[in-house]
Design a protein around this ligand. Structure first.
Ligand SMILES: *[C@@H]1O[C@H](CO)[C@@H](O)[C@H](O)[C@H]1NC(C)=O
Ligand SMILES: *[C@@H]1O[C@H](CO)[C@@H](O)[C@H](O)[C@H]1NC(C)=O
Ligand SMILES: *[C@@H]1O[C@H](CO)[C@@H](O)[C@H](O)[C@H]1NC(C)=O
Ligand SMILES: *[C@@H]1O[C@H](CO)[C@@H](O)[C@H](O)[C@H]1NC(C)=O
Ligand SMILES: *[C@@H]1O[C@H](CO)[C@@H](O)[C@H](O)[C@H]1NC(C)=O
Ligand SMILES: *[C@@H]1O[C@H](CO)[C@@H](O)[C@H](O)[C@H]1NC(C)=O
Ligand SMILES: *[C@@H]1O[C@H](CO)[C@@H](O)[C@H](O)[C@H]1NC(C)=O
Length: 480
């Protein structure tokens, strides 16, 4: 299966010291990703908060921002380039990733903007995009920074099969450095109270967990967690670690949290491809052995992020219109493989979805506990903090149910990828993606398209449905 071979421990070395200015991880660059890296698969979860773009009018103006700043923690669903200079298969700084993104350097695991790119715009930040911490200048920090890293998870080992990345705990450490730097910034003049007041108005978006399943629990050849924990115990382990990191952020000044649940990763193209395969270990026959594209051995890298999923639960599959996409198979580029018949778009992997459901239920309970007085873990029970839970599964279902209305025609295969559902291997360097990207829910085997991200962001920001965003939407959170 994809991702299992991936890279060795040497690649796990990564720079742990990350100075605030002039950061540049030590290892890096010398690594020739173009060679034969085995595939990495990652994941992406989709932030499927579905929805409408109707909130757009409200946030289009240049008026006062709803929130003065935004800090982002997560995986490849929201990473905007933090992995670019580290030794990792979880990178997206090559074409066609970013093919529809012209506003800055590459690094996003999609064709255009991510869900948090839309969210920061809706919140009124100007300029609308928050820089990756790896490239942020000290002067950028008070307005926000993105600490997310493809392949990362709540557990430190998660994603090691893909190489370097910054687990949640390191992302939080980077934020600690950022706070230290801001304390000296002229805007606050060493006045800790003023900095605290500022951070208290910022939105802290945190979306973790997908890789703890895709690039850990459900990757038994590389990790032993599934043998050691039941799905329930594993979810409890993750939530315990998650709560501790959220408490760290609280201790550093965070008050307005947006916590995203994990999507239906049992329904992403990568899993659908495996479900529809007769052999559970297709590595001997499928293109997921080291692929060769354009006559050159390439590896794939891609990272992962969260899992996304829309999915329709039991019968998962929304049929695609296979005629609209081009696939370059494991052979020469341009040698399109036949798309599977409609009937091959089978059900989602419910083993995975049910494990995710346990985690999401626990996360929602955690948010409720944190929001009630005295509900936190330590730091004085996180008094004064407000948490919003984004139900990715619910939003994804809503989006799938109303796909046509949003212009989506293809829900079960990536716009760019290889093999069944364009999901057996992720989008390769220089591979030609589909032309009608706005009609695809998924960009690659794991990650949503920009078109889907726009809708999820609109849901998070403006939905009035507490099944999607609980207990209030992000617009309301910002206004508190
Ligand atoms: C902030 O200023 C203090 C005192 O001058 C200094 O010790 C510290 O290193 C500075 N922190 C940063 C991140 O520049
Ligand atoms: C620090 O900032 C707070 C809030 O703006 C202000 O009330 C306080 O007087 C400031 N303290 C100093 C020493 O300037
Ligand atoms: C669902 O995923 C699990 C974990 O990867 C795997 O063991 C199982 O075989 C999959 N189920 C099917 C029907 O493919
Ligand atoms: C699985 O294998 C059986 C027997 O070879 C074949 O009839 C069936 O079509 C295959 N199913 C898929 C999804 O490939
Ligand atoms: C598929 O590839 C062919 C040949 O490269 C190209 O002419 C056609 O426009 C492509 N179609 C789509 C939907 O990408
Ligand atoms: C947010 O939720 C509230 C309450 O349901 C609703 O009135 C409002 O329209 C929603 N959207 C925005 C942008 O506030
Ligand atoms: C939520 O928003 C939708 C669409 O704007 C609207 O039709 C519906 O009445 C609203 N529901 C509530 C409870 O405000």
């Amino acid at each position: 299966m994809i991702g299992e071979h991936a890279c060795s421990k040497q690649s796990r070395d990564r720079s742990r010291s990350h100075a605030v200015a002039g950061r540049s991880p030590e290892i890096i660059m010398g690594y020739d990703v173009g060679r034969r890296l085995a595939l990495a698969a990652a994941v992406a979860a989709v932030a499927f908060w579905a929805a409408e773009t109707r909130g757009a009018a409200a946030w289009g103006g240049a008026a006062r921002p709803a929130a003065p700043c935004m800090y982002i923690f997560g995986d490849s669903l929201v990473d905007n380039g933090n992995n670019n200079d580290i030794l990792s298969l979880a990178r997206a700084n090559y074409r066609p990733y970013g093919i529809d993104f012209r506003e800055g350097p590459p690094g996003r695991f999609t064709n255009g903007r991510t869900m948090v790119d839309f969210l920061s715009d809706m919140l009124g930040l100007r300029p609308p995009l928050v820089p990756p911490y790896a490239a942020a200048r000290p002067a950028d920090l008070p307005r926000g920074a993105n600490f997310a890293s493809g392949a990362s998870g709540i557990l430190p080992d998660t994603g090691n099969n893909l190489g370097g990345h910054y687990p949640l705990s390191e992302q939080v450490e980077h934020f600690r450095e950022a706070v230290g730097a801001m304390g000296n910034a002229s805007a606050f003049r060493g006045n800790a109270t003023r900095l605290e007041e500022h951070l208290g108005r910022c939105i802290f978006y945190v979306g973790m967990g997908s890789n703890d399943y895709l690039n850990n629990y459900f990757m038994a050849d590389y990790y032993d967690t599934a043998a050691r924990y039941s799905p329930r115990d594993y979810a409890a382990l993750l939530l315990q670690g998650y709560a501790a990191q959220l408490a760290e952020l609280y201790g550093l000044g965070a008050r307005k949290f947006v916590v995203a649940g994990v999507g239906l990763i049992g329904c992403i193209p990568y899993e659908l491809a495996r479900m529809n395969s007769n052999d559970s270990q297709p590595s001997s026959s499928g293109p997921d052995t080291t692929p060769s594209v354009g006559g050159e051995d390439i590896s794939i890298s891609i990272g992962i992020g969260g899992g996304g999923g829309f999915g329709s639960g039991g019968d998962g599959g929304v049929r695609s219109s296979p005629t609209s996409s081009n696939t370059s198979g494991g052979g020469a580029a341009g040698n399109a493989k036949p798309t599977p018949p409609d009937g091959a778009a089978g059900a989602c992997n419910e083993t995975i979805n049910s494990a995710i459901a346990i985690f999401n239920r626990g996360l929602l309970e955690m948010v409720k506990r944190f929001n009630s007085r005295g509900g936190g873990p330590q730091p004085q029970q996180m008094r004064g903090a407000r948490f919003v839970f984004l139900d990715t599964v619910q939003s994804g279902r809503d989006l799938a149910a109303n796909a046509a209305a949003h212009g989506f025609a293809v829900l079960d295969r990536g716009c760019c990828g290889v093999g069944r559902n364009n999901g057996q291997i992720t989008c390769l360097p220089l591979q030609r993606p589909c032309d009608d990207r706005g009609a695809y829910l998924f960009w690659d085997a794991f990650h949503p398209t920009e078109a889907a991200n726009r809708i999820y962001a609109a849901k998070a920001f403006a939905s009035n449905n507490t099944a999607e965003v609980y207990p209030i939407n992000v617009s309301q959170l910002a206004a508190l």
